[in-house]
Design a protein around this ligand. Structure first.
Ligand code: FAD
Ligand code: NAD
Length: 476
């Protein structure tokens, strides 16, 4: 209906999909007065993913790392429309997006279309399972808030079930065996958080079974954290040894059942064998896969035929082969790793690009008006000609936008027992460090990067609370 959204007919409609790192970085810097801005996402908040592993054990409460998108949009110069919905289809021919309200509460209308003049896609990625049987049915992922909540509940369920009267010893061992698949930073950080939880809290509260607790990290490649330097990989592996986290490298999971994981191990002689590992909790962290919405869009564009990992974009983040569509973050393939750092720099770049495009259009209009007035009133020729020349100079400067360039600030990961690893760009070089001091750096870096002061205060209070009173082990 008209009163719900009356776009200014003078302005173009800019639709932004998603409220993650890429889209929110764009919205933060975008001058919303230049466009009719519409944001569509099934999540009405921004999530600070770097601290998500800490939510799985209650070291941080989940709401401390969420920022409502309406709170973010409230401060914009011109009003922005937000629809809590999932985009289900991008129709490039008609320039419309089909949206669907997939929340529990639905009105009479839960599907509709939103037209766009310009579209930014920042829908991120989904969890990769590589079609391995049993993964979706039996394991927990670690990508969204609800995943962290489900893991937190399941850890305590395993613990309480292991402590059940007359529980068989072999079943206690299975229930207290927490298996993590994927030795990327998500898997490593989660394994570290889990060990801390048991050592610092469960040990005190349920000492009779705590010594049976075990964490195993399974990785298909020869080592964990492939994006870090060799020195930090070795440091992480030796720290995990001290923390009694077993790392099984060159081990590829092939099948998952409700109580076991089957994996193929490549031995030092290159021979392959199969092992079966019983587990209580299984966390699956094997990276990203392309969302169905993006696959469908790629199938509509012949230029995307060769692209496998997401929407191929050019150096201005324009989706190759499409008109008026840009993509940022994990759903875009721009030649960088799928990280928050990349996504947020891409979002900020697009904001600058769109702000400039609007300024360019305004200046072009000014030049047209000045030229017309020159023809109408030939009297002030010199003055008007000078103004046209100045405006054109300004135009040339604004139009000269450099392509997107990613500036890598470094990689950071928490590895448990108050230790972290960091590969940080420093004075044209790289500094690799690991240990307790790096952990303090990790904490202060992430605290300063939190979205708002409110988030920062909540996270700091959670850390103090967990230290003083211990993590809350109530099972919700
Ligand atoms: P996301 O942040 O995932 O946002 C996608 C948005 O799109 C969400 O709002 C989602 O609800 C929405 N959406 C999904 N489907 C649709 C649809 N159909 N229609 C409309 N909207 C849709 N990176 C780092 O650089 N440093 C770190 O320390 C770090 N830690 C991480 C820890 C964890 C546990 C995880 C999972 C990731 C971490 N990352 C980190 C990676 C980082 O979170 C991602 O690279 C980043 O979130 C990508 O940003 P994005 O905007 O592309 O997608
Ligand atoms: P990832 O892609 O970095 O790692 C997944 C790992 O799973 C790979 O090492 C892969 O070899 C392994 N794997 C895949 N299939 C397997 C199987 N069947 N059996 C055993 N192992 C298997 O995934 P991630 O850790 O979720 O990270 C995703 C992205 O987010 C990355 O770009 C990462 O840099 C970023 N991230 C960064 C941080 C940080 O900087 N602290 C934290 C989390 C995520």
């Amino acid at each position: 209906p008209e009163e719900q959204f009356a776009p200014d007919p003078e302005k173009k409609t800019l639709v932004v999909l998603g409220t993650g790192w890429g889209s929110v970085a764009l919205l933060k810097k975008l001058d919303t007065a230049n466009y009719n801005v519409v944001v569509i996402s099934p999540r009405n908040y921004f999530l600070f993913t770097p601290l998500l592993p800490s939510c799985t054990t209650g070291n941080i409460e989940h709401r401390s790392i969420m920022e409502p998108v309406r709170q973010i949009l409230r401060h914009k110069k011109a009003a922005v429309k937000f629809y809590e919905a999932e985009a289900t289809k991008i129709d490039t021919a008609r320039k419309v997006i089909k949206i669907h309200d997939n929340s529990d509460v639905k009105g009479n209308i839960n599907e509709t279309e939103v037209p766009y003049d310009m579209l930014v896609i920042g829908v991120g990625a989904e969890n990769a399972t590589f079609g391995i049987p049993g993964v979706r049915e039996n394991s927990c992922f670690l990508k969204e808030i609800r995943d962290a909540q489900a893991i937190r509940t399941k850890i305590m369920d395993c613990v309480e079930t292991a402590a059940f009267k007359d529980q068989e010893q072999s079943e206690v061992d299975r229930l207290l065996h927490m298996v993590v698949v994927g030795g990327g930073p998500t898997g490593v950080e989660f394994a570290g958080e889990l060990r801390d939880f048991f050592d610092e809290d469960i040990q005190k509260l349920i000492p009779d079974i705590a010594h049976r607790f075990k964490v195993t990290l399974i990785e298909a490649l020869p080592n964990v954290l492939p994006m870090f330097s060799k020195q930090l990989i070795d440091y992480t592996e030796s720290t995990f040894k001290e923390e009694h986290i077993e790392i099984k490298t060159k081990t590829m999971v092939k099948k998952v059942t409700d109580k076991t994981v089957e994996a193929e191990v490549t031995g030092p002689d290159g021979k392959k064998s199969t092992i079966t590992i019983p587990y209580g909790l299984l966390v699956w962290a094997t990276g990203n896969a392309v969302r169905p919405l993006i696959k469908d869009l790629m199938a509509q564009i012949p230029a995307q035929k060769e692209s496998r990992r997401g929407l191929a974009v050019n150096e201005y983040l324009v989706v190759q082969g499409a008109k008026d569509i840009w993509a940022v973050g994990d759903c875009a393939v721009a030649g960088y790793a799928p990280t928050a750092q990349v996504a947020s720099q891409e979002g900020a770049f697009l904001a600058r690009l769109f702000n400039n495009m609007a300024k360019t259009e305004a200046l072009e209009e000014k030049v047209r008006d000045l030229s017309a007035s020159l023809n109408l009133k030939p009297g002030n020729t010199a003055e008007a000609a000078k103004e046209i020349e100045d405006t054109e100079k300004q135009l040339r400067r604004i139009k000269d936008i450099k392509p997107f360039h990613y500036s890598h600030q470094g990689s950071l990961a928490y590895i448990g027992s108050e230790k972290a690893v960091a590969d940080v760009a420093w004075l044209n070089g790289n500094v690799a460090s690991g240990g307790k001091l790096t952990y303090l750096f990790w904490r202060s870096a992430y605290l300063s990067m939190c979205f708002s002061t409110r988030n920062r205060v909540l996270v700091a209070l959670d850390w103090v609370k967990a230290k003083v009173y211990g993590r809350d082990v109530s099972r919700e």
